[in-house]
Design a protein around this ligand. Sequence first.
Ligand code: FES
Length: 506
Amino acid sequence: MKTPNKNLGTVWGRDSEQPVFNSLNGDLEADVAIIGGGITGISAAYLLSKAGLQVIVLEAAEVGKGTTGFSTGNLYAPIDSRLFSLDEKHGGDAVKEVVASRVAAIDFIEERVDEFGIECGFQRVPWHLFTTPVEDNGMGEILKEHRAALEAGLEVSTRVPADFPLSVTDIITIPGQAQFDPLVYTRELAANISSRHCQIFENTPVLDISDKDPCVLLTHNGTVRAKKVIMATHTPKGIYAVQAAMESKREFALAVRLKVPLPPPAIYWHATAGGQYSIRPYQSSEGDYLIVLGRSYTVGKNDQMKGSYQSLEKYIRSRFDVERIDHIWAAQNYRPADHLPYIGKSVGDNNIYIATGFAADGLVYGTTAALIISDLIQDKNNKWEQLYDPKRLTPVASAKTVIKENLHVGKELLKDYIFYDRNTELNQLKDGEGKLVTVDGEKVAAHRDGQGTLHLVSSICPHMGCIVHWNEVETSWDCPCHGSRFSIDGDVIEGPAYQGLAKPSK
Ligand code: FES
């Protein structure tokens, strides 16, 4: 089985008329500037503009088409790393509070769907976590999650539904979770709130921020001055302590056509010894799809990436009667050391708020973040403010991962610099290949495209100086240290880097 040679794109948004927003051209002032037009940024813009504040949203590409549009559209109260793991790390009422905040976020989304009549296929569905006889991980994981979910106040069933598509060993089901099309939801919410009080700009990357009074945000064609700034950018732009406490992961997703009818609407999480597979059916005007999300791999690790894709394709083909694969994409996430996101005022900043570390649970956590930060900006108390406060980044709960992640970054730096010079000459580079080479003593990331044209950029990540790695599936340069990703011409695709990869000097 080969890895795909191109990313075929996500399955979302094909049913809707997409609004278009202009890019910023000129200087503006606002009460709040929001960087990022995903579900976090647009939800915060809704709340703050409704409260009468002047809001500006600056999206580097197109609204909803970043991380939000790469998700699988599942909305659930549990979390990917398991509620019982959260309990082991934090104890007390942490699990109960996390579940309550996530339930409130799902309800908020449903209310907006109703308020604006958004046709994004929102529906309440059950969530299943299960093991199967072949791949039972044998760790009593389902039992532990069952207990944690009950303690958090969730309704849980252990009955196997009659029409369940796979034979199971253990299963728990939580009713009343939800699914939707995340791209249609976010773009239509944006279209509905766009007004004189809420200005949204696309294709407007922020190049620099000064945390002053007011803050100053620099873009290519204009400057925004704002009293408060929300970094709704998945991971904060620039250098932040939280980046050392998060691992950057990616996961492949496939949307496949089956030769048989789809299983019943639900969120299916299959726990296996090597990681989790997440499955959901999706009906669109294009046809019926089964979407499956695979095991995660570390950003910038080509071998892990290939293995992850291959195991995903094998997984789905061996369990379902697949006619063909129509869509392939990959989604990035930042996994926090202590299984809790960082939401709130950034430590060391006066007027900047961050929302990051959502792991693979970002549609709900992004909405949670919008609810919390919009309260903080209005000087209102929020009952989950303390739970997710970035100031907790310290000691015990996260220490091991912080150390591990920093060692990982140090190792990446050292390894790549030591082995750098053993690389292919430029003229040996085949069409479609990307390699690290030294040209006249300069470290260069080189890619030859399908037409034979060479694309040369610096291989040094402008965030903190790690070396980028070639991603042959998505034809990008990926940094293994904190997850910045760049196009073949060096433009920032995602991650904490403000600037793209530099052009070589000669
Ligand atoms: Fe931090 Fe590249 S993303 S060094």
